[in-house]
Design a binder for this molecule. Structure first.
Ligand code: C2E
Ligand code: MG
Ligand code: MG
Length: 720
């Protein structure tokens, strides 16, 4: 400026020369131009939004624009001339920094930027970004400072919030995982890494599928995503997999993050490991529902489970029973040997009961020495008696506790669903009453609540006990019922039917004892005896040169096992009987299980030369295609279809259908229970091969059958 001034000064005011008008005008224009520029600058300064403050090197304000006025609330009159320090919050760090600008450091830099705290006229403090520039003259001497300030309170707040969020994210106790919209993990926190066992580096860029446990089906995830998409959030419990491979439950909340346009940009999941909580829940559940001593369900759970099972039993129309068990000698043992031994005894009893029963049976300890059992899906109502027997036998064996060998004995009361009651309370109450009856009759026994059932059970027990003697004392005997060929009228064979010559009851029919023998397992011995006795008899007839016939024996499902072929072969060899003399009668029910194994067995028997007949045919569910697969020789039409012949059209139709089906399958067909000539005529007309029944002969002792065979007894001729 000085330079310019001196130069122009010389030019504007030349000595001894009249200034020309033109020059004056020129000078005025220059001045005007300068002023214009200054005004423009002034205007610009005014309108600059940020505050611009000009100071002298000591910090005294020389200029103060509108922005500064707006920012601080002081007018330029109030501000100009004061030291900049009056705007400072206090002599804090930033203030010091700015103050230092006036010192040496800034002088070398000429420009500096910083964030500072300032105070408005109102007293309010705020954050500002400050840029300071140094004004120098031509010699480089500092003539002033310009400070530009802009309010950054919002920005600082946002940044602080961000930092706060980041700290919360990182320090949260809950695991946090953020993915992008394509479900690639973009961020996880420390808790996440601790819980799941992966580091952030392991998982970033991966899919959260990495943690799937495999414990949820596709429907679970579909529903989860449906909720996230529909409501923006899903909460629930989910099993995940740690890096170690072990699975754990977590409480999880998954949310979608949308931008202003509503488009999903991210998903985040917040979760916590609830393994411990689950374990605690389970412990609490166990304490509430299980007996702490034996680990069996307690009274509460017993009633709950039984009520559920009763509802299912009602739907499925099955029988059920409740067994109330009272231990005979528990109290004296507990009193004399102490509670420690008593407790261990109860534990062993609980374990024995549990192992004696099927998984689906309910066993509970109601308290003290009272145990209760609920059984459902019983094939027959008296089946509960078998279970009672089994339990009495299990509790009969001595218990070993330390040096003591303890025998207990028990009484069991049984109530039956639905006959005695239909709810758990009633059934338990009645079983309890029945238990007292059992206790007072004899030791170690059971009793049904209903007299009817008691009678049946007693009867069964008598039969079972008697049958054991029957085998030992040779009380069983075989009767033979002839089978006759319709065309020739001649005897083709005999069905061996077992009888029990009871010393008091007289001749007991098989229907009264075969089912008991089946339930008690005695059928195995009985069946063995029948096979042996029938083969001995047949061998005797063969040796006596009687016309060759087939002697048929009946088998129950239990006897029809893989060892049968060998047993049959051994018996045939032992008695030197040609296999063609033996026929086995089986029922349809034996063909419904494990078909391949059954076919294999039947093939083996067939291979031996033994023939197979399908007994009581028509009462099961055999279909034509099914039958084709079995190597069967003869179908026996069940007696129930013969009774109505020839008047009942349904019976006639069924018999007719069975006969024509047998022809197609190339089986022989025999009608059982034929009692009249009309039945015989009808059967002959529809093409039936053989008959068996009272019309020709009832089952008779072997000697009587032998006479018929020797004398060549024939069927009556057709009625013309
Ligand atoms: P099943 O094999 O169907 O035997 C035919 C039953 O019908 C025999 O009864 C026989 O006496 C009877 N019956 C024969 N003809 C007539 C008739 O014209 N009218 C009437 N009303 N009945 C007739 P049973 O001997 O009482 O045998 C009953 C069932 O007991 C047999 O039925 C068979 O399933 C079983 N069974 C008999 N003996 C044995 C055996 O030794 N072992 C096995 N496992 N079961 C046997
Ligand atoms: Mg039979
Ligand atoms: Mg039959």
């Amino acid at each position: 400026m000085n330079e310019h001034e001196s130069e122009s000064g010389g030019a504007i005011f030349p000595l001894a020369k009249e200034p020309s008008l033109a020059r004056l005008r020129e000078q005025a224009e220059v001045l005007e131009e300068i002023h214009g520029e200054l005004r423009a600058q002034e205007e610009i300064l005014k309108h600059i939004h940020s505050s611009v403050i000009v100071m002298d090197p000591d910090g005294f304000i020389t200029r103060w624009n509108l922005g500064a006025e707006r920012m601080f609330g002081y007018t330029s009159d109030e501000a100009i001339g004061r030291n900049i320090l009056f705007l400072y919050v206090e002599d804090g760090d930033e203030g010091g920094a700015e103050a230092a600008s006036f010192g040496d450091s800034l002088l070398d830099e000429s420009h500096r930027e910083m964030e500072v705290r300032r105070r408005r006229k109102s007293g309010e403090e705020f954050w500002a970004s400050l840029q300071i520039s140094v004004i120098r003259d031509a010699e480089g001497t500092t003539t002033g400072l310009i400070g530009y300030l802009s309010d950054i309170t919002e920005r600082v707040k946002a940044r602080e919030a961000l930092e706060l969020h980041a700290r919360i994210f990182e320090n949260s106790e809950e695991g946090i995982m953020i993915t992008d919209a394509k479900l690639r993990i973009v961020s996880v926190n420390g808790a996440f890494c601790r819980i799941i066992g992966y580091t952030a580096n392991d998982v970033i860029g991966q899919s959260p599928k990495l943690f799937q446990s495999g414990r949820h089906d596709a429907a679970f995830y579909t529903e989860m995503w449906r909720q996230i998409n529909a409501f923006g959030n899903w909460r629930g419990e989910v099993w995940n997999k740690r890096k170690t491979g072990n699975l754990f439950p977590m409480a999880s909340s998954i949310s979608a993050v949308r931008n202003a346009a509503g488009v999903v940009t991210h998903y985040f999941a917040i979760f916590s490991d609830i393994t411990e909580r689950k374990q605690t829940d389970e412990r609490i559940h166990h304490l509430a529902y299980y007996d702490a001593l034996t680990g069996l369900p307690n009274r509460t759970l017993f009633f709950k489970l039984t009520t559920q099972a009763l509802a299912a039993a009602e739907r499925n129309h099955v029988h059920g029973a409740v067994l109330f068990i009272d231990l005979n000698r528990f109290k004296p043992i507990n009193d004399t040997l102490g509670h420690g031994i008593g407790d261990r005894l109860l534990q062993q009893i609980g374990a024995r009961l549990r192992t004696a029963l099927r998984d689906e049976d309910i066993v509970a300890r109601l308290g003290g020495d009272e145990f209760v059992i609920a059984l459902f899906d019983l094939p027959q109502d008296n089946h509960a008696a078998l279970v009672a027997d089994k339990i009495l036998a299990a509790l009969d064996l001595p218990f070993q506790i330390e040096e003591h060998e303890l025998t207990l004995g028990a009484a069991i009361g049984i109530s039956v669903y639905p006959e005695d009651g239909t709810d758990a309370e009633t059934l338990v109450r009645l079983a309890d009453i029945a238990m007292y009856r059992a206790k007072h009759s004899t030791n170690d026994s059971y009793a049904f609540y209903s007299r009817e059932m008691n009678k049946k059970a007693l009867e069964r027990l008598n039969i079972e006990n008697g049958l054991r003697h029957a085998l030992e004392q040779n009380q069983l005997v075989l009767y033979y019922q002839p089978k006759v060929d319709i065309a020739s009228g001649l005897i083709t064979g005999a069905e061996a039917l077992v009888r029990w010559q009871h010393p008091e009851r007289g001749m007991v029919p098989p229907g009264d004892f075969i089912p008991v023998a089946e339930e008690s397992g005695l059928i195995v011995q009985i069946g063995t005896w029948v096979l042996e006795a029938a083969c001995i008899q047949a061998a005797a007839w063969a040796a006596a040169d009687l016309p060759p016939i087939k002697v048929a024996i009946n088998l129950t499902a239990r006897e029809f096992d893989p060892a049968l072929t060998q047993r049959v072969q051994a018996v045939l060899e032992r008695h030197n009987l040609p296999a063609s003399w033996l026929e086995l009668e089986i029922t349809e029910s034996m063909l419904t299980h494990s078909t391949e194994a059954v076919i294999h067995m039947m093939d083996e028997l067939h291979h031996l030369g033994v023939t197979l007949a399908l007994d009581d045919f028509g009462t099961g569910f055999s279909s034509l295609s099914y039958l084709k697969r079995f190597p069967i020789d003869t179908l026996k039409i069940d007696r129930s279809f013969i009774i109505g012949i020839p008047t009942d059209t349904d019976d006639c139709a069924i018999a007719g259908a069975i006969v024509s089906m047998s022809k197609q399958l190339k089986h022989r067909v025999i009608a059982e229970g034929v009692e009249t000539l009309e039945q015989l005529d009808h059967l002959r007309n529809i093409g039936c091969d053989e008959i068996q029944g009272y019309l020709f002969s009832p089952p008779v002792p072997a000697a009587k059958f032998e006479v018929m065979l020797r004398e060549g007894k024939r069927l009556p001729l057709p009625v013309l």
